[in-house]
Design a protein around this ligand. Structure first.
Ligand SMILES: Nc1ncnc2c1ncn2[C@@H]1O[C@H](COP(=O)(O)OP(=O)(O)OP(=O)(O)O)[C@@H](O)[C@H]1O
Ligand SMILES: [Mg+2]
Length: 168
């Protein structure tokens, strides 16, 4: 158990209803009690992390116990924010007459396979690499298998976030 809690990142995954949220919350409380500074993050659109702690959680970390913060990320809101950023970026480089078509493409992208995963992955990467934050351990309570970013799934061999940052 100590080896597990000494990690920097933990992903709690599995099929629906197997106990992911319960395990993520229990690990978070245990690690916090052992003196780690912990953030537990729900990436499941059907949030229940707040229910487990009997607290209202939001997109911003909330202090629940000494050393323990929790937050719930809304994947749909992440998609909107991600597409808004990409559109703003394109606006800087694209000719004005191209923008109507580009914006149409962005609206189609909203429903494309992988968009939610890309947006969520970008958000998780920002949390993990946030220099301002001082969490020793970040625990992700993920959506049921198949609903969270493939790049973060070590079983798929993408060499994704499980190996990054080094030492995680
Ligand atoms: N070790 C356990 N033994 C018995 N019941 C458990 C155990 N862990 C969790 N449960 C119960 O199983 C139910 C589902 O647990 P939980 O919400 O943690 O699963 P989940 O994998 O996060 O579900 P979802 O896929 O819906 O997010 C809850 O009612 C919880 O109290
Ligand atoms: Mg859950």
């Amino acid at each position: 158990m100590r080896e597990l809690l000494d990690k920097r990142l933990l992903w709690v995954g599995g099929k629906g209803g197997v106990g992911k949220t319960t395990v993520a919350a229990a690990l978070a409380v245990l690690a916090a009690r052992r003196g780690k500074c912990v953030l537990v993050v729900s990436t499941d659109p059907a949030h229940s992390l707040g229910d487990v702690f009997d607290r209202e959680l939001s997109d911003a970390p909330r202090r629940l116990l000494p050393n323990l913060d929790a937050m719930e990320i809304d994947p749909d809101a992440e998609v909107e924010a991600h597409l808004a950023r990409v559109t703003a970026q394109m606006r800087r480089y694209a000719a004005p007459e191209m923008m109507a078509e580009l914006e149409r493409q962005m609206r189609l992208t909203r429903q494309s396979p992988g968009t939610q995963e890309a947006a969520l992955l970008e958000r998780l990467a920002r949390i993990i690499t946030d220099d301002e934050a001082d969490w020793d351990l970040i625990i992700f309570d993920t959506a049921p298998t198949g609903h969270y970013p493939a790049a973060a799934d070590p079983a798929r061999g993408h060499g994704g976030l499980d190996r990054w940052p080094a030492g995680a």
